[in-house]
Design a protein around this ligand. Structure first.
Ligand code: ADP
Length: 314
């Protein structure tokens, strides 16, 4: 994080348990203006739970979520909506309303009328023809619908965008266009963006900083370039090894991470990744590693950086 700037959003030691399930354990991450930060994790890693603490759909069991330095619980929901724009997968448009009506529905619910000119400006921002305002969602391509979602997120001119798997439902070329749009909006409006994704390919194209989560815990965090060039956590390494590359020979098999995530209801005593980790030693099932600074990043692993980076996995 940029040290001089106050974060737009900060999770400080956030924990959340549902009954006995510890969904999020001590997560800290911050997004400042002009920063593009990724939260990377597979399904079940606690991303949704963490996000829900921002708009107070979920109360943390402990820890704090701050918006511009203010704890979220001290902010009225209307203020939260103004400061943060959300971009979800393009499933959120009402099918029986035109694009313009979809864009205007939020203000309408709170008794305000959005002018045609403002709707047109928002469509301009996301590089859609102004005439799209009268079209129905089913007449749009997936990429166009996602642009409408982004226009809606920009409605209140927020400083922060939270983009939750914004391109997962799109094909690769459209995905690249949407990511490029997010990048150019970030530059134009100096937005801070928190991108939630399971896809390291998306992260590599966009984000300066990344936090890799697994089973609600932080595994590795730092500059994206460093994490992708030299992952020092077995989980990050496993994620990278399971990604297809253009130069991967067809005959070469991808290496998915074997096994399943742990049952979080049982509160594992050691590292949550130990049962799937090819580097695990006795200590890994005895005690949970803490986040330590090493090799230009933070990592939670009992094994040393060299042991992970220099080993060949059989
Ligand atoms: P992700 O978004 O990364 O898929 P979630 O935050 O949805 O992860 O889930 C993290 C863990 O918390 C999972 O084990 C999930 O089963 C559990 N969980 C999520 N929501 C609830 C809930 N409302 N009640 C009980 N357990 C939940």
């Amino acid at each position: 994080m940029n040290q001089q700037t106050q974060p737009l959003l900060e999770f400080r030691d956030v924990c959340k348990s549902y009954d006995r399930t510890q969904a999020v354990a001590s997560i800290s991450v911050a997004v400042a203006r002009r920063e593009f930060v990724a939260l990377v994790g597979a399904s079940g890693s606690g991303k949704s739970t963490l996000l829900k603490t921002v708009n107070r759909l979920v109360d943390p069991s402990s820890g704090t979520v701050l918006i511009d330095g203010d704890p979220v619980e001290s902010l009225p929901l209307a203020a939260l909506r103004r400061r943060i724009g959300y971009v979800f997968q393009s499933v959120g448009l009402f099918p029986h309303m035109s694009v313009g009506e979809n864009i205007a529905i939020g203000p309408r619910i709170s008794g305000q009328k959005l002018t045609r000119e403002r709707i047109a400006e928002l469509l301009d921002l996301v590089d859609l023809e102004r005439s799209m305002a009268t079209r129905m969602p089913n007449e749009l391509s997936g990429g166009q619908r996602q642009r409408v979602m982004i226009a809606m997120a920009l409605l209140c001119r927020p400083g922060l965008l939270i983009a939750d798997e914004p391109t997962t439902a799109l094909d690769v070329t459209v995905q690249a266009q949407i990511l490029e749009l997010l990048r150019s909006l970030q530059r134009e409006f100096q937005l801070g963006i928190l991108l939630i994704t399971h896809d390291l390919g998306v992260v590599s194209a966009l984000c300066e900083e990344a936090l890799v989560m697994y089973a609600g815990r932080r595994m590795e965090a730092g500059a994206t370039h460093d994490l992708l060039r030299m992952p020092t956590h077995p989980y990050t390494r496993g994620l990278l090894d399971s990604l297809p590359h253009l130069d991967t020979p067809v005959s070469q098999r991808l290496e998915p991470i074997p096994g399943q995530p742990p049952d979080l209801g049982r509160a594992p005593t050691g590292c949550v990744f130990a049962n799937r980790c090819p580097f695990a030693v006795d200590a890994c099932s005895r005690s949970e590693p803490s986040m330590q600074r090493a090799a230009n990043r933070w990592r939670a692993c009992h094994r040393s950086v060299q042991e992970i980076t220099e080993a060949t996995i059989a």
